[in-house]
Design a protein. Sequence first.
Length: 299
Amino acid sequence: MLPEDAAPIPPEFTHKHRAEESLLRSYRPVLRGEEIALFLAPGWDGGTEPGTPESILRVAEALRQSVIAAAHLAHEVPLGDAFVMERMRFSGATPRTSRSTEVRVAAGSPRIAGGRLVSMIAAVTFLAEGETVLRGEGHLRVVTAPVYRRMREGRIRSDALRSETPIAQGFTVFPSPEGGFAVAYDARHPLFFDHPVDHVPGMLLIAVALETFASRFPSRTIAELDARFLDFIELDDSRILPMRMSSGRTALRSLSRTRFGPLTRPSAVIDVYSASTVPLSIADAASPSAGVSASMSVE
């Protein structure tokens, strides 16, 4: 049941061009800088089974959209400014997560310059029937449109890549001749490339990491994710990205770590954890060996 003062959220406030890809429907207006309550669209989870890669990808996308919408609606960041999500993490995904109707976003450590938001660590809480079912964070940097254009001038955009054979899932992983693995992606896929972009989207990398976990630990559900985006990953006509995978396991938990980009200095590192009978805090989950053996197998 939505509050009487709830107002609709236009899709552009979630940075989605296709309205059906926007997972938020409304919000409760607040004063600038305050915690904001956002309300998820009916069926936002797409009917996915909890703990599966498809379900966790929806949770990650809902968190991403919530942080972006909060920056616009609660911090008055104008449309046209660029958002760089440097880190996303969450813990506590359960079967009840899919029944969440409300997401609350509060700005932690906000940086303000010239009266405008420059960055924040957004604390995100998913609620179902008023009860917290998931907590997460989104580390967001805001770049004005003119500065972003200067930063990214001359970079290839996804709509400038030559035509390709569609990949139904949006990507495929295969052994690399140079060692490790590589991922081939479909730069026309409607989920990951909802609109033209000038870099490989972080949600595509998260989807690959989730599938990697599922292939290694098919009997274990996913409950935590920590995605660190360290640099832009440029697009090119090969549409192939190098990646490395490592894993660890105990009786209680499993971890799959996926690194994208150069071996010596990865552009993104994504950790995916299974559920555990021992609760872990968000801070614990950030540790490379939290809940798993310190020795990891590497491929």
